[in-house]
Design a protein around this ligand. Structure first.
Ligand SMILES: C[S@@+](CC[C@H](N)C(=O)[O-])C[C@H]1O[C@@H](n2cnc3c(N)ncnc32)[C@H](O)[C@@H]1O
Ligand code: SF4
Length: 378
């Protein structure tokens, strides 16, 4: 049976953060109930495709804020999944959590459902910054949430940290990352703030009400965080992800390895049979139409061999391990070094790419301008 990752999008938040354009709406009880019914229908609609052909080895509840809905409802989703597809007993089952919604009582319930990895949105430990970006928690609450999760027995914990926020400094980052590692977190997703169109922070910047840090300061913050993490044995394994060895996120690795996954819920993306598609980002439409012929998924790409090759290079070069030339040659029946001879020569000469026996990977300099390097393979 083929292995499969499943992503479940929980489209609710207590309050929208000022930088975020992930699809989510304000939570209410009635919408939660309708959503649960709809997502169970969607799971059942996959039965013929999945049953007996695939086995789930990673499950990821993302959002939005999965911790905002009743744990019993998360349990119902897992039970419905078990009705259509086998879930491997060694599966990684992750859930994103906002510190403000992570109670001890619920943490126990998550454990009983089988959730064995938490991804907590800490973002910053500077209270002024947390307020400015619209978070509903302060730094003390953020650290307490990690303590509660550890006390209940969660070992595999990620913290999301953002840098490049106006007013933030390298010192802020150093302090936050140090404190979080001291709490025993084994994985950090370290994101550079990107201003997304339609968000309050995007408009503030356009109206010159806030000024984004310049590139030099952005890099200073990045190196400040990276140094602390590497000193404490959290190694970079992907452009934005650092982990103690053995705690890399197995679900997210599927994205960078071009493995198959399906996404359930509004706005969730899938990759299956070489097709990238997603559900519409509209909860009402999703709930009203999931059982009707009006429900259509958005097809983004039907990937042919050349597209798959380029995409594979683009994804694998995000990983510090890089791309195995042997694996590439077997997967696509091609000779990587021959097909990309010119690009390799040029990028290696400019210290952007390195080859080490079977692996080709970005250098530190290449990581800094990864988009540019990857474009060379187009
Ligand atoms: C779905 S949220 C995580 C869970 C939960 N909703 C929370 O915020 O606590 C995913 C993560 O993406 C990151 N993120 C969201 N918008 C971003 C942006 N515009 N730029 C950089 N990182 C962003 C944040 O670190 C956030 O924690
Ligand atoms: S960052 Fe998380 S809590 Fe904030 S709006 Fe986005 S999904 Fe919701």
């Amino acid at each position: 049976m083929k292995k499969l990752g499943i992503y479940i999008h929980i489209p609710f938040c207590k309050q929208k953060c000022n930088y975020c354009d992930f699809y989510s709406i304000k939570w209410d009880d009635e919408s939660e109930n309708k959503y649960i019914e709809a997502v169970i229908s969607e799971i059942n609609s996959y039965k013929d495709k999945l049953c007996g052909n695939y086995i789930v080895d990673t499950l990821f509840f993302g959002g939005g804020t999965p911790t905002i809905i009743k744990p019993e409802n998360l349990g119902k989703i897992v039970d419905s999944l078990r009705g259509v597809i086998e879930i491997d007993k060694c599966s990684e089952i992750s859930m994103e959590a906002n510190p403000n919604t992570l109670t001890s009582e619920n943490l126990r319930k998550y454990k009983n459902i089988g959730i064995n990895r938490l991804s907590i949105g800490i973002q910053s430990l500077n209270d002024e910054i947390l307020k400015k970006i619209g978070r509903i928690h302060n730094s003390t609450e953020a650290l307490e949430a990690i303590d509660r999760a550890k006390n209940i027995g969660f070992e595999n914990i990620n913290a999301d940290i953002m840098f490049n926020i106006p007013g933030q400094t390298g010192y802020d980052i150093d302090e936050a990352v140090t404190k979080i590692i001291e709490k025993g977190v084994k994985h950090i997703s370290f994101y550079s703030l990107k201003l997304e169109k339609g968000t309050p922070m995007y408009s503030l910047e356009k109206n010159k009400k806030i000024i984004m840090p310049d590139e030099e300061i952005e890099r200073e913050m990045y190196y400040a965080g990276r140094n602390v993490m590497e000193k404490n044995n959290l190694f970079q394994y992907e452009i934005s992800n650092f982990a103690v060895k053995g705690f890399e996120c197995r679900h997210n690795l599927k994205y960078w390895n071009q493995d198959e996954y399906i996404g359930l819920g509004p706005s969730a993306h899938s990759f299956m049979d070489n097709i990238r598609y997603s559900n519409p980002s509209d909860l009402k439409f999703y709930c009203d139409n999931i059982n009707t012929s009006k429900f259509e998924r958005i097809i983004h790409e039907q990937l042919e061999k050349n597209d798959l090759m380029f995409e594979y290079i683009m994804l694998r070069l995000r990983l510090t391990e890089g791309l195995s030339i042997n694996e590439f040659n077997n997967k696509f029946s091609q000779d990587f070094k021959e097909v990309y001879k010119m690009q390799i020569n040029f990028l290696v000469k400019n210290d952007l790419l390195e080859i080490n026996s079977d692996f080709i990977r970005l250098t530190n300099k290449g990581m800094d301008i990864s988009n540019y390097v990857i474009e060379e393979f187009m």
